[in-house]
Design a protein around this ligand. Structure first.
Ligand SMILES: Cc1ncc(COP(=O)(O)O)c(C=O)c1O
Length: 458
């Protein structure tokens, strides 16, 4: 036990030092996947002492770590764990709780209950909605669409849980042209098949065109799921969910909102208008590991119809304490996993440490940083900001595709920051996503100066 205490102490020092170094750290790793693999050596015949295992692990991994938890990482949509959430997660790992149900861990389930209620309050969603602590946006989209699939088929007299999809009325999934690719994967995983997807034109900013949606829905004499999106991964644009929900209701469709990061706009008075009407939907996907800055992996699958949510996802077995009909749903009932990590502790700690005003401030600060990037690039010759910055995403034109790719590579190798490229409306662009709590205006100035220098050197 003393060994454990001492090694844990050293682990805490390792973590604290790593995090203290993040503001000035090189962002890109210096070792490749192959380098790290080679550093690990072969499986040994016998046991290895605790200290030695951990030393080997830290030494081998450190050169291959991406400083994505730090203030100058703008790839994908990436948060960096808040201190309170990190400590909660670390303790939770020590407690090693299984968050399947109350019998396995009353604490794990209670923290999901309470953190889930706080999330609904912050996001302005119905207090009666159910919340599944999923693995992320992909997981939460799949859960939302699983509930949707169950309900729209039920409306047509078909029990998909019992009878599957063979012979079922065809389900159509109506989506915007600029939806996130995870929606398509969820549709595939749920056996609906990509041919069930009906793509509706997007407006220039990437939001769904409500008039085109009306046309696509038509008379609506078939089971229909409509996927809206708040927070386009390139532009940050949000669908007009009120209009989407109005059109969908007319044909009895289920409305699912993919708000992996954009749903957090609801938590700030400054951005709430962008997501007006979200409360009218039937299900929502939102991430914790993006804008809330909770540790990986956590997303929230929220459903306005807890009975449908549980019917689509839950199961029971003789050896599990309590029967489905008798117990309060939660934990594994709202996600596709049984044994699962206790994600409620870290989410609760993130929300407790920030409070209502702290979450709003986090959203506002990231939006301000995005605006600062946009203003700085607009002021520089050779750079053009392409999107209207409404949230935390900035798209920058720097030249033709080849030049953009070369600059992207140079930026990543330079290590001052990390950002990626994307193709938006046929054009290769640099893409900046700001979601880390620790990014400061100074980081923006430092990054813009570095990118301007790298551009002039190409
Ligand atoms: C709109 C949207 N939906 C879904 C996802 C997928 O989220 P995750 O990577 O947490 O599965 C993302 C990721 O960036 C996203 O931006």
């Amino acid at each position: 036990m003393d060994d454990l205490r001492a090694t844990l102490g050293r682990a805490v020092d390792t973590i604290a030092e790593y995090r203290a170094g993040l503001p000035d750290a090189r962002v890109a790793p210096v070792a490749s996947r192959g380098d790290v693999r080679r550093a690990l050596g072969d499986l040994r015949d016998g046991p290895t002492a605790l200290d030695e295992v951990i030393d080997e692990l830290v030494d081998a991994a450190t050169p291959g770590l991406m400083a994505s938890a730090g203030p100058r990482y703008y790839g994908f949509v990436t948060g960096g764990t808040l201190d309170a959430a990190l400590v909660a997660e670390t303790i939770a790992a020590g407690w090693d709780q299984c968050a399947f149900n109350e019998a396995l861990s009353p604490a794990a389930i209670a923290f999901e209950d309470v953190a889930g209620s706080w999330l609904k309050e912050l996001l302005g969603l119905p207090p009666t909605a159910s919340v599944g602590f999923a693995t992320g946006g992909q997981g939460a989209n799949t859960v939302g669409l699983a509930a949707a699939r169950w309900q729209v088929l039920h409306q047509y007299g078909w029990d998909v849980g019992r009878d599957g999809l063979h012979g079922a009325p065809p389900v159509r999934v109506v989506v915007g042209g600029e939806r996130h690719a995870t929606i398509d994967r969820s549709v595939r995983l749920l056996g609906l098949g990509e041919r069930a997807i009906i793509e509706v034109a997007a407006l220039p900013d990437g939001a769904i065109d409500p008039t085109a949606l009306e046309d696509a829905l038509g008379a609506g004499d078939t089971p229909t799921i409509v996927c809206a999106q708040v927070g386009n991964v390139s532009t940050g644009a949000c669908d007009d969910v009120a209009a989407v929900a109005g059109a969908a209701r007319r044909v009895g469709a289920w409305v699912h909102v993919d708000g992996a990061f954009g749903l957090w706009a609801a938590a700030s008075p400054r951005t709430r208008h962008l997501v007006h009407g979200i409360e009218l939907a039937d299900s929502w996907a939102c991430d914790g590991h993006k804008w809330l800055n909770a540790p990986y992996d956590v997303g929230y699958a929220i459903c306005a119809h807890p009975d449908v949510h549980a019917t689509a996802l839950a199961y029971s077995a003789a050896y599990l304490t309590g029967q489905v009909a008798e117990r309060e749903f939660g934990g594994g009932d709202f996600v596709p996993e049984s044994s699962r990590r206790a994600r409620g502790f870290a989410t609760w700690a993130a929300l407790r440490s920030l409070g209502r005003s702290g979450v709003a401030d986090l959203v506002d600060r990231c939006c301000d940083i995005a605006h600062r990037f946009a203003a700085a690039f607009d002021a520089l010759e050779g750079f053009d900001v392409v999107n209207e910055v409404v949230l935390n995403q900035v798209l920058v034109r720097v030249g033709d595709a080849d030049f953009t790719n070369r600059l992207e590579r140079a930026i990543q190798e330079d290590g001052t920051c990390w950002l990626g490229g994307t193709t938006w409306r046929g054009e290769r662009l640099l893409r900046i996503a700001v979601s880390n709590w620790s990014t400061t205006p100074d980081d923006v100035d430092r990054v813009v100066a570095a990118i301007a220098r790298l551009r002039s050197e190409l």
